[in-house]
Design a protein around this ligand. Structure first.
Ligand code: ADP
Ligand code: MG
Length: 574
């Protein structure tokens, strides 16, 4: 996994080297400072050569200015390295997301997937930048500071070395508890986000049921839990910050007492004394850094593990290597002995065979849950047949590239998905490169032109999230306009008008009839009246295709169709 992680650095080797070497240089300068002070106090000051003293101060100033530059490089370019890696990972994750099939998304929570592409990757980016560099610098500074301490005074260094493990123990103890607490915090944030996302998404349902108080209570629980976790984190933070401050000062006091003794007995110079005290300060900073790394590291690792896991979920429906890109097909469809189930233990379709002529309008009717939608989903390969095959113009759909296959098929469903944006954008989704005139034509053919003409912003009217500013009929017309623009030889209308009132339904039926002209059309209908004129009606029930034929023949046969027909007639007349 480490190898996989570092592979992301490869394109940014230059940036990494720049960042890394600047950080190392800056660390060395920090280490050099106490030693410079030592020399200053021991050599320069007693010589009483003021010119030299001023010169040395100027040199020090120059070094500081240089170090300022180095730090700027480390902060800016270092983070650039992090964000570059993060961006690349996010690009790959999003690309992968586009490849995954319907079956994958059926089993995912949206918030969960969003989290993977945002928060997870942010944490990885943070580690990508700080991890290797900080760890190296910290260890380098620690060792360097110790070595310098020993060079100044061995006894004093040994004394410090004896106390340090104690303070390190205290800090790491709290660091560990902190890590645990952060984990709670993050799952808290997750629950939080999910709650808000769901509430906002379902706010209309919440208000319609007047369940605001219930929602408030649920939210208050999460909110309180989050607060409690955060308070624990702050308590630990307060304790560890003050404890590490205390231990640093204690070491300083011990060094001051022992150092004073060594100065008075002549085994330590004044400069050495001051330098040593400064070295303690240098020495403590990396300990803090290491703790920070210890804290972010598990989050980054967990995030990266989830990221890899996600990238490794192979899309279950992919183009065959020798798949052909088909041009415009005639639209002759054949299901040959097709079986399918969403899970192995629950078959939905068993040995279904069906031929549909090019240009034919074929209707599927039958009880809810019989498998009508499923049958149609196999055609654009939203799901893959378990056995048998589905062909268009005699070519197995699995032998075509998915992009070219899906260009042949237009799907209009009951719940139209519209993107938050303008009417223009949503219609143009049918053919992204469409010209203004084509869009207008499609809108006219979907009989949406009067509506659009009355809008102050016309085509540029914003329709709201999922098209909330449109009526059901308008949404459906927008979907139809999109399909006119796409102009596929095959059309699937899956209960496209079932959610509409009778009057709107009748009006939209006319547009759909216009749309289906010259195309092979698969209609799934709930209200039988709407498919009376279909070339053929296929009745689907749980055991497969129960009967098929024209309306009159099926009514005469007194089978399932007749029963459905009579039941609906009863409802509408009774
Ligand atoms: P119809 O369109 O005839 O009402 P469907 O084709 O939607 O029926 O559903 C057929 C069966 O498959 C039902 O039992 C339904 O519960 C199941 N089903 C539909 N979609 C899925 C899915 N995405 N995952 C699992 N099972 C599903
Ligand atoms: Mg259905």
């Amino acid at each position: 996994m480490l190898k996989r992680f570092f592979a992301y650095y490869r394109p940014y080797r230059g940036l990494f080297m720049l960042d890394f070497s600047c950080a190392v240089l800056s660390g060395l300068l920090e280490l050099g400072f106490p030693m410079a002070v030592k020399l200053f106090v021991d050599r320069l000051l007693p010589s009483q050569q003021w010119g030299l003293v001023v010169a040395a101060t100027l040199v020090l100033l120059a070094i500081y200015v240089a170090n300022t530059g180095l730090m700027a490089v480390v902060v800016y370019w270092g983070h650039m390295l992090g964000i570059n890696i993060e961006t690349e990972m996010r690009r790959r994750a999003f690309e992968h997301l586009q490849k995954l099939s319907f079956g994958f998304f059926d089993n995912q929570k949206t918030g969960h997937l969003v989290g993977r592409l945002t928060k997870d990757l942010e944490e990885i980016g943070e580690v990508a930048h700080h991890g290797p560099e900080d760890l190296f610098i910290a260890v380098m500074t620690l060792i360097g500071a110790f070595a310098l301490m020993f060079s100044v005074n061995v006894q004093l260094a040994l004394l410090t070395a004896a106390i340090v493990p104690l303070t390190a123990w205290v800090t790491s103890r709290y660091g560990g508890r902190m890590t645990l607490n952060w984990r709670d915090l993050y799952s808290g944030v997750g629950a939080f986000n999910a709650r808000i996302e769901e509430n906002v998404g379902g706010i209309r349902v919440v208000q319609a049921f007047a369940n605001e108080e219930h929602e408030k209570r649920l939210f208050a629980e999460d909110n309180a839990r989050y607060r409690a976790t955060k308070l624990t984190a702050y308590r630990i933070m307060a304790a560890s910050t003050s404890l590490s401050y205390l231990s640093m000062r204690l070491i300083q006091i011990v060094v001051m007492i022992a150092g004073s003794y060594f100065v008075l007995t002549g085994s330590l110079s004044h400069g050495g004394f001051v330098g040593f005290l400064l070295l303690i300060g240098v020495f403590f900073r990396p300990i803090e850094k290491i703790n920070a790394v210890i804290e972010t590291y598990p989050k980054g690792v967990a995030g990266f593990r989830r990221y890899c896991e996600f990238l490794d979920t192979a899309p279950d429906i992919v183009d065959r290597p020798d798949a052909i890109s088909v041009g415009s097909l005639k639209g002759e469809i054949a299901y040959e002995d097709v079986s399918f189930g969403y899970s192995a233990d629950k078959p939905v379709l068993s040995n279904v065979s069906l031929k549909i002529r090019a240009g034919e309008t074929i209707a599927f009717v039958g009880p809810s849950g019989a498998g009508k939608t499923t049958l149609c989903s196999l055609l654009p390969r939203f799901y893959e047949v378990g056995s048998g095959r589905v062909t268009i113009d005699g070519i197995d759909v699995r032998d075509m590239t998915m992009a070219s296959l899906r260009r042949q098929i237009g799907v209009v469903q009951q719940d139209v998905f519209l993107f938050a944006g303008t009417i223009r954008e949503n219609v143009a989704y049918g053919r992204l490169e469409a010209k203004e005139a084509d869009i207008m034509e499609a809108i006219r053919r979907a009989q949406l032109d009067d509506f659009v003409a009355r809008l102050p912003d016309g085509l540029d009217t914003i329709i709201g999230e999922r098209g909330v500013k449109l009526s059901g009929g308008q949404k459906q017309r927008l979907a139809i306009a999109r399909m006119f623009l796409k102009n596929p030889p095959i059309l699937i209308l899956d209960e496209a008008t079932s959610a509409l009132d009778a009057e709107t339904e009748a009006a939209i039926q006319a547009s759909l009839a216009e749309l289906s002209k010259g195309r092979t059309t698969l209609v799934i209908a709930h209200r039988l009246a709407t498919i009376r004129n279909a070339d053929r009606i296929v009745v689907v029930d749980s055991s497969g295709i129960a009967e098929q034929g024209r309306h009159q023949d099926l009514v005469a046969r007194a089978g399932l169709y007749r029963r459905l027909h009579d039941a609906q007639a009863l409802v509408s007349h009774g």
